[in-house]
Design a protein around this ligand. Structure first.
Ligand code: SF4
Length: 122
């Protein structure tokens, strides 16, 4: 978005965003779903104060004071339409990451974020 605005273009050229123009809410065309989830970098856990989020796991509370928990996203999308769900963000088509990619992210988390700054796994 910043690059688009700095280039003097209108934000409507970016798919999948909503913005306000005068008093009107404008929606750009829907963003295409990403079919190959393995092509995405791992989440940038190392770029924010992750310790504030990794000690919130009730299963390890009081058991191991040094335990940390992370969420690993293994797929996106779902063909169903439960009204309470946030899945419209990820689309109607279920796509899975490969086992190798998920295990690689898991190892990256377990072996220490500080030592493995390169989130690209390809
Ligand atoms: S809750 Fe969401 S992800 Fe689960 S079946 Fe319903 S729509 Fe799909």
């Amino acid at each position: 978005l910043v690059n688009t605005l700095e280039a003097g273009k209108l934000p409507g050229v970016i798919p999948g965003i909503h913005f306000k123009r005068d008093d009107e809410i404008v929606s750009s065309p829907e963003s295409p779903m990403i079919p190959d989830l393995d092509a995405l970098p791992f989440p940038a856990h190392d770029l924010f104060k992750i310790d504030r989020y990794t000690n919130l796991q009730p299963l390890t509370d009081g058991w191991d004071p040094n335990a940390r928990s992370f969420t690993i996203l293994t797929s996106r999308g779902c063909p169903y339409k439960c009204t309470f769900c946030s899945k419209p963000v990820t689309g109607d088509t279920w796509r899975a990451r490969s086992v190798e990619s998920v295990v690689q992210e898991w190892k990256w988390l377990v072996k220490g974020l500080g030592r493995h700054r390169d989130r690209r796994h390809r």
